[in-house]
Design a protein around this ligand. Sequence first.
Ligand SMILES: NC(=O)c1ccc[n+]([C@@H]2O[C@H](COP(=O)([O-])OP(=O)(O)OC[C@H]3O[C@@H](n4cnc5c(N)ncnc54)[C@H](OP(=O)(O)O)[C@@H]3O)[C@@H](O)[C@H]2O)c1
Length: 326
Amino acid sequence: MKAIVCTKYGPPDVLQLKEVEKPIPKDDEVLVEVHAVSINDWDWGLLQGIPFANRMTNGLLKPKRVILGSDIAGRIEAVGKNVKQFQPGDQVYGDLSGTWGGFAEYVCARENALAFKPASMTFEEAAAIPQAAMLAIQGLRDKGHIQSGQKLLINGAGGGVGTFAVQIAKLYGVEVTGVDSSGKLDMLRSMGFDHVIDYAQEDFTKNGQCYDLILDVKTNRSIFDCARALCPNGVYVTVGGSTARLLQALLLGPLISMIGRKSIRIVLLKPNKDLAYMNELFEAGKLKPVIDGPYKLDEVPEAFRHFGEGKHKGKIVITMEHSSIT
Ligand SMILES: NC(=O)c1ccc[n+]([C@@H]2O[C@H](COP(=O)([O-])OP(=O)(O)OC[C@H]3O[C@@H](n4cnc5c(N)ncnc54)[C@H](OP(=O)(O)O)[C@@H]3O)[C@@H](O)[C@H]2O)c1
């Protein structure tokens, strides 16, 4: 089968399209014919070998797992003998982070990493959902306890998480402000953001506004600056970003919460937990993934370059050509 292979850490140029062995599913796995896969920040980190934690799990000097890609959608081709939920032909999607292998024509996956894909959802839409939408819902609902009437700010609003988060937030009847670069602000307005801020022009921590809830995708600011932008009893939720800033939030968050009637919380992704809910929202017309692309498999290095430059809007998706696609 064809796959994009990463045999050394580095820039997107190290990625190569190669012929590799088609994987064979274990007893508790299924073999998925991949029809679409999306790029996540985690893939970017594994490609570069940064932060160092990625080398701890994936090899100090060179990657142990040579095929990246976690968020996939496709059709089940074969099932291991202990698999109960799926059968060949089922259309599925999910986040395979931990086992990876999505930038390939076929990948093996454990049953619990997959959900059924609604017939009305394209494979490209499905591949865009898993990690980004889980971070959005788990950040807003589970950690942020989002409530009607609140003022919400999303920092890093125009990428994967932000474009799902605004759609979910609007279901709760909140006023949403999005912070991103100037080239993405028109898209944010068209998606329903009530206010937009160009981070190069305005500092959301110093504009005199306060927010009941901040969902931070970039975590590039000091935790004290972010706490200042919270209203009394406000909640700041980080889903990821700068490692140093995350550590600061982890260590100093409890102190800020103790003295300031404000809460600092960190999302630990629970992969695939809310895919059934995403299916419900999608089928009710309340959730529409924003797709950048789709690119083809041999264009994955270019797609990664686009991701690294931060120019993408929503999720970058790669689509595969299989004769069985209907
Ligand atoms: N918590 C967990 O367990 C877990 C698991 C997986 C991933 N993650 C994290 O989840 C996040 C994924 O987010 P994503 O997929 O939405 O990323 P993304 O698609 O890269 O979006 C980030 C957005 O932030 C914008 N941005 C860049 N610099 C900014 C700044 N200074 N201020 C405001 N916005 C800025 C980018 O646009 P421009 O570049 O045009 O400015 C981009 O639109 C990552 O931080 C990742 O580490 C967390």
